[in-house]
Design a protein around this ligand. Structure first.
Ligand SMILES: Nc1ncnc2c1ncn2[C@@H]1O[C@H](COP(=O)(O)OP(=O)(O)O)[C@@H](O)[C@H]1O
Ligand SMILES: [Mg+2]
Length: 269
């Protein structure tokens, strides 16, 4: 199952939210850093770990064919168990124009053995070389927003754009959702859901200390797992996984007895 996260203009926190969700995901999860502006996670949470692989090399490998089969070799473990893994993003934003997002999206959407989901950090909506193809294939598209008037207005605009068929971004109807970072500044979950007209599938509090562990690679310490941010991420992860699973089912409905019979009938003829 592929889940895309993106932000509207001026709403920071997508990468941190995507990473917190990936580490808290109820199943195995891959965080795919698809922000055309480049990847941050290895330099931050990865604490400057160098890695072979990642999106840049996966692109080169793709020219030799079979992208989906090569994905595993380009992932980096994010936790001790290997349940959470990372596809490191571009190290050079200038290379974003060479990425074949359509092909990559197809490969990421095909990672569905039931045990692993892919969370794609797509960065800011409308950025140059934005991976729109990923949104079109995702079971859920999550707009990450703050709760200030400015943030909610920008998110509302983003939702409108995502719904505009002409803009070429529109994912399947109904797959849009929102995730609120820093609620109560002043708007809350319910108000934001009403204004945006999409379900809010998670709320992450402001928690500078835990966020710095995720975004800057600050030492985690014993209390990190019990921080307000990680606790909220765990419940958001469950909600989002359920939301996406419901839509995944709708995107690929099982054959009903009636349609199976019709299909069988056609084959007989
Ligand atoms: N929930 C949060 N609470 C406090 N600070 C946060 C939170 N989420 C993100 N930040 C901080 O905001 C900054 C930008 O976050 P990041 O996730 O990299 O944003 P983006 O990917 O949207 O550019 C980082 O310094 C990060 O620590
Ligand atoms: Mg980011």
């Amino acid at each position: 199952m592929l889940i895309a996260l993106c932000s509207a203009k001026g709403a920071p926190g997508v990468t941190t939210a995507a990473l917190a969700l990936t580490l808290s995901w109820p199943r195995g999860a891959v965080l795919a850093e698809l922000d055309p502006a480049g990847g941050d996670v290895l330099a931050g949470y990865g604490r400057a770990r160098l890695s072979a692989g990642g999106l840049t090399e996966l692109q080169l490998a793709a020219r030799r064919g079979g992208l989906a089969g090569q994905l595993d070799a380009h992932l980096v473990q994010l936790d001790a168990t290997g349940r959470a893994r990372l596809l490191p993003g571009l190290s050079d934003a200038a290379t974003a124009r060479h990425v074949n997002w359509e092909r990559l999206a197809a490969a990421l959407a095909s990672v569905e053995d039931g045990a692993v989901d892919v969370l794609a950090d797509c960065g800011r909506l409308r950025a140059e070389h934005f991976p729109a193809a990923v949104l079109r294939r995702a079971a859920a598209v999550v707009v990450v927003t703050g709760s200030t008037l400015r943030a909610v207005r920008a998110a509302a605009q983003a939702v409108a754009e995502l719904r505009d068929e002409g803009a070429g971004l529109a994912p399947g109807a109904g797959v849009l959702a929102a995730l609120v970072v820093g609620p109560g500044e002043p708007y809350g979950e319910r108000e934001i859901g009403e204004v945006l007209g999409v379900p809010v599938v998670g709320v992450l509090p402001r928690d500078a200390r835990a966020a710095a562990v995720l975004s800057e690679g600050a030492p985690a310490g014993r209390l990190f797992a019990q921080s307000a941010l990680l606790r909220a991420a765990r419940s958001a992860a469950v909600r989002l996984a359920e939301f996406a699973a419901a839509h995944e089912v709708r995107l690929t409905p099982p054959p009903t007895p009636a349609s199976a019979a019709t299909a069988g009938g056609r084959r007989d003829r």
